[in-house]
Write a protein that binds this ligand. Structure first.
Ligand SMILES: *Cc1c(COP(=O)(O)O)cnc(C)c1O
Length: 361
């Protein structure tokens, strides 16, 4: 315990300490079972119960009604980039994608390898420092769906509210801000998220899909790429990523115990506010995302030059503030402060920033 640092990694990312402690405590033997969760058949009652409980807790936490299915899949968020069009895009149909960052661009590219995808909006010309306004979007009322990325992990921007897609089902990659605030699932047709940022360990992808969209999957798809296969098999058509689902279940239980999604939003706003205040009150640090478009999960900023940025990262690391380097494609500093990141660590970073500016600015 004593050598844990403040981990600002973008993903895989920090987990709640009580989750790590429970997993550690029960690793040799799940209570009442006598076998590790790593060693048990995925068809054993204990694992089936564990997966059912994880699903039920997700429904409780986020208010997911019965007309949505909850799936635990593999292949990361990246496989959803192609699974979504394979399943939801009918013959002759097209879908829209809004491009607000790196992963949104990858989602567009992958979807285009499957079918006909229109660019419904992009902020690439602005260096992805903002989210497009509703009036900038080019929406096709006949589109099969509209895909957007709720939080842009690399650039540090976040949709403050969903785009209005009318009657067109909204599909969201929520990998880096899922369950960081309340979600009105009724606005969505499908939401997916790789677990390793805000929900747990790498290896499982959460997919929440409305029943009517589930009916679109063509029979001609390979079984593993078909949502219906996984829905019918209760996410155990083949061996699911049992341990990753187990950790996800513990994280969701922890979120419920912490007061649910509104409480999570309060904590996340407080944490992000500390860092954006430090940026805004400084002449030295420059935030990347425009105010009003800023992410509560990934706070991105620049220093006057790359040498200063490298010194900042190195000196921070020496003081137990780890993984602050921005993504290699954009540089600068990125502080990822997901649900499990403690407010104390954010306070330490904010005062480190002030001190660094005083001595370097
Ligand atoms: C990290 C990330 C991905 C990629 O996730 P994988 O699970 O590695 O495929 C996709 N979208 C967003 C928004 C991400 O942050």
């Amino acid at each position: 315990m004593t050598d844990r640092v403040y981990n600002f990694a973008a993903g895989p990312a920090v987990l709640p300490i009580p989750v790590l402690e429970e997993a550690q405590r029960d690793l040799l033997s799940l209570p009442g079972v006598g076998i590790s969760v790593l060693e048990m058949s995925h068809r054993s009652p204990a694992i089936e119960d564990m997966m059912r409980a994880a699903e039920a807790d997700i429904r409780t936490l986020a208010g997911i009604p019965d007309n949505y299915r909850i799936l635990f899949l593999q292949g990361g968020a990246s496989l959803q980039f192609s699974m979504v069009p394979m399943n939801l895009l009918g013959p002759g149909q097209s879908a829209g994608h809004i491009v607000t960052g790196h992963f949104a661009r990858m989602a567009l590219q992958e979807a285009r390898s499957v079918g006909n995808i229109n660019l419904a909006g992009s902020t690439e010309d602005d260096g992805f420092n903002r989210i497009p306004g509703q009036s900038e979007l080019e929406l096709d009322p006949d589109a099969a769906y509209l895909h957007f990325t709720t939080n842009n992990t690399i650039f540090g921007t976040e949709w403050q509210e969903e785009p209005d897609s009318g009657d067109v089902p909204l599909v969201a990659d929520a990998s880096s801000n899922i369950f960081s605030k309340p979600i009105d699932i009724n606005r969505y047709g499908l939401v997916y998220a790789g677990a390793q940022k805000n929900l747990g360990a790498a290896g499982v992808t959460l997919v929440i899909i409305r029943d009517d969209l589930l009916e679109r999957s063509p029979d001609t798809l390979p079984a593993m790429l078909n949502y219906q296969t996984h829905a019918k098999g209760n996410s155990a058509y083949n061996t699911p990523p049992v341990f990753a689902v187990y950790i996800l279940g513990l994280v969701v239980k922890w979120l419920i115990a912490q007061g649910g999604l509104e409480a999570a939003q309060r904590r996340n706003r407080e944490k992000a506010g500390l860092l954006y205040d430090a940026i805004d009150s400084s002449e030295y640090f420059r935030g990347h995302a425009l105010p009003g478009h800023r992410s509560a999960m990934n706070v991105t900023f620049r220093l006057p030059d790359e040498d200063a940025e490298q010194r900042f990262v190195d000196e921070a690391a020496a003081q137990g503030l780890a993984e602050l380097k921005g993504h290699r494609s954009v540089g600068g500093i990125r502080a990822s402060i997901y649900n499990a990141f403690p407010v104390e660590g954010v306070e330490v970073l904010a005062s480190f920033m002030k001190e660094f500016e005083r001595t370097n600015g």
